[in-house]
Design a binder for this molecule. Sequence first.
Ligand code: HEM
Length: 151
Amino acid sequence: MGRVNFFPAARENRGIASESILRLTFALSSLGRFYADHMDPRIYYFLHVFSIILLTGFTFAIAASPQKGKKKFMAIITGILSLVALVAGAGLMSKMHNNNWGQGWVIIKILAWLFVSGLGGMAYKKSKSFVQTGLIVAVGVAVYMVYFRPF
Ligand code: HEM
């Protein structure tokens, strides 16, 4: 019994370096797959809700006093929180909804997330009340969608 050749194309003509890189990529993606398959969905729930709560809080804070000196820090922190919320949301889609992204409530949540993620930057240009109202409406709509799922 010989070793399984996963990458015949690499073996043909590209030499040992590209084959090793392909094997390493394959091993790392298998490891990622293993962790994703065995991940407790509660970790995704926690990360999703935790990061959305903090993203909303930070964005309210920017709206309350948009300081130029803190702009970069705020952009980094809200950017990371927004990314974590999305990735955890995607994890939940895979664990709880069979990756069925076409449902109305999911599409509306993505639009709400996009808008909430943009509000931090807008807070330096637009009025306080625009950002505050935007947050209340968008977060309200997203939470309504997940619990009532009207479509
Ligand atoms: C402003 C944006 C968002 C807010 C405020 C929000 C809020 C929430 C809340 C409160 C939950 C319920 C947790 C629970 O009680 O079980 C939840 C669950 C969920 N969210 Fe989000 N979310 C947002 C964006 C997103 C996005 C962009 C996605 C898609 C990638 C997403 C996908 C999900 C999924 C799949 C669940 C689990 C639903 C289930 O339990 O069946 N969310 N979200």
